[in-house]
Design a protein around this ligand. Structure first.
Ligand code: MSP
Length: 499
């Protein structure tokens, strides 16, 4: 059995309903999962919810419900959204799942027995919205340095993880695995953070009811981040399903937002090193969305609801815009005007027109269909676009994969049409016309498959309209690798313009 390609999203807190930030990470992970599946890999794609901890406990009490009740309700919202957005996850994990609670207790015991967890007293600050611990010197104007909100002083018995032991091993690991933290700028930030020195980390909360109990000391709940990060192991079958686990772990990439990088690039690998488990291959931190130039927040009332956007513009267009507009890793600004402009010009004009042009000509000049022949005038240029597309997808450069790969091929095909003038060839009864239409049909097929990770619904429409063969074996992104014949159906715009 070959190793699975394993991609994860963060697991989302259930204190609030999903917004565009959640949708963004999950759509990116979905595009990647679809790309790898399409190119012949066995993919495992994990997403889910983070349900324990102070933050959820507090929200539930504000709503006057039990935390599990709140979680059950919000989970439905997430699942409905993922269905709407065509998210093809393999498992939706909840930290209240039995196998997960067992995995957390199990890894805790391994680390404890190793001597890396000890009991002490925590005397510092806690930020509940971020679920993070801070020292006085880290605070900024007495507020949380990450989110700027109030922190509370804690003075309580706590279990600590010997994070300080892992300073050197982590730095060595970053050095030996230059692609572990992406993008580069984030990697440098983490390295300098670790070089400043690591203090042992509090990994339990006394008196927190809503959490997994510390084995052998029920008064304590395991720290919610220790609990949450372990979901990536649970999903892979840890600790009970050995074969599955060996075949799935380590994760190929954890896709996260930049705000939770420290947890994923410092604490998580340290826990794994201590437990003697392999480390994930990559942690990719994407940027944040502002909305019409402003920070998104409930108090500003400008939180973008992905359900509304997907309904208004269509799921594919929303997905496309998020991954195309901004280089993955940088911050971006969400504005409906930019969305409309981009999808009209790139989807309706560029891709849509190519389809209607080519299909229209085949229908008119060769109503019985075109056999895809050996002639390969466009092959070299197409292969160059396919290479660009593939290598950029592998680097999570979605913007570039679309720009250089997908739209690159579209524009070359359009230039080819203008150069060959098939209408003239038809008029002159030029025997070369079949070859030209065959080249263009193959270009459409490749374009359709390049669209698939981003816009699965449009892909289905394209399949139906042109009659592409389904590729169940191997990589469909290979020019001229399949014999097929066009079967043009009704011509409808694949991407109607948004007015
Ligand atoms: N529960 C933790 C993650 C645990 S993973 C082991 C958590 N949950 S969260 O519900 O707050 O989800 C956060 C995800 O949404 C992060 O990746 C974060 O970066 C992302 N976003 C939240 N707001 C965002 C924007 N405005 N823009 C882009 N992504 C943002 O953190």
């Amino acid at each position: 059995m070959s190793k699975k390609y394993y991609v994860t999203t963060p697991i989302y807190y259930v204190n609030d309903v999903p917004h565009i930030g959640h949708a963004y990470t999950t759509i990116a992970a979905d595009a990647l999962a679809r790309f790898y599946r399409m190119t012949g890999h066995d993919v495992f794609f994990l997403t889910g919810t983070d349900e324990h901890g102070k933050k959820v406990e507090k929200s539930a009490s504000d709503y006057g419900v039990q935390p599990k009740e709140l979680a059950d309700r919000v989970v439905v919202r997430f699942k409905e959204l993922w269905q709407k957005l065509n998210i093809s996850y393999s498992r939706f994990i909840r930290t209240t799942d039995k196998d997960h609670m067992r995995a957390v207790t199990h890894i805790w015991k391994i680390i404890y027995e190793k001597g890396d967890i000890y009991k002490g007293v925590y005397r510092d600050w806690y930020c509940t919205p971020c679920e993070s611990f801070w020292t006085s010197s880290q605070l900024v104007n007495n507020k949380c340095p990450d989110c700027g909100r109030d922190v509370e002083l804690l003075s309580e018995e706590s279990y600590f993880f010997r994070l300080s032991r892992y300073e050197e091993p982590l730095l060595r690991f970053y050095e030996e695995n230059p692609d572990f933290i992406k993008p580069e700028r984030r990697r440098n930030e983490i390295i300098s953070f670790v070089k400043q020195g690591l203090k042992d980390l509090s990994v339990s909360r006394l008196g927190l009811k809503w959490g997994i109990r510390v084995p052998g000391d029920e008064k304590h709940a395991i720290y919610v981040w220790f609990d949450a990060l372990t979901n990536y192991l649970t999903g892979a079958g840890f600790p009970d399903h050995r074969d599955l686990f060996e075949n799935t772990w380590p994760a190929d990439v954890h896709i996260i937002g930049k705000d939770i990088l420290r947890f994923h690039a410092v604490y998580w690998p340290a826990f794994l090193l201590s437990a003697g488990l392999p480390l994930p291959r990559q942690v990719y931190a994407h940027g944040w969305w502002t909305v019409e130039g402003e920070k998104m927040s409930k108090s500003r009332g400008n939180v973008v609801d992905p359900v509304i956007e997907a309904e208004r513009f269509g799921v594919d267009k929303f997905r496309y815009f998020l991954l195309r507009e901004v280089p993955f890793g940088l911050d971006g600004d969400y504005s409906e005007a930019s969305l409309v402009h981009r999808v009209n010009s790139e989807l309706s004009n560029d891709i849509g027109n190519l389809f209607s042009r080519v299909c229209g000509m085949i229908k008119k000049y060769r109503p019985a269909g075109i056999e895809i022949s050996e002639k390969n005038e466009l092959a070299e240029e197409a292969q160059e676009c396919i290479r660009e597309y593939t290598s950029r997808m592998q680097k999570l450069d979605f913007q570039g994969a679309i720009g250089e790969g997908l739209l690159g091929l579209v524009s070359r095909a359009n230039v080819y049409i203008d150069r060959k003038k098939p209408w003239q060839m038809a008029r002159e009864q030029d025997a070369g016309l079949d070859g030209v239409l065959a080249e263009l049909s193959e270009a459409l097929r490749i374009v359709a498959y390049m669209c698939y990770p981003f816009m699965p619904e449009a892909f289905n429409k394209m399949m139906e309209m042109v009659g592409f063969p389904e590729v169940t074996d191997g990589n469909p992104l290979e020019w001229g690798s399949i014999k097929w014949k066009t079967k043009i159906g009704d011509l409808t715009p694949i991407f109607p313009r948004i007015e």
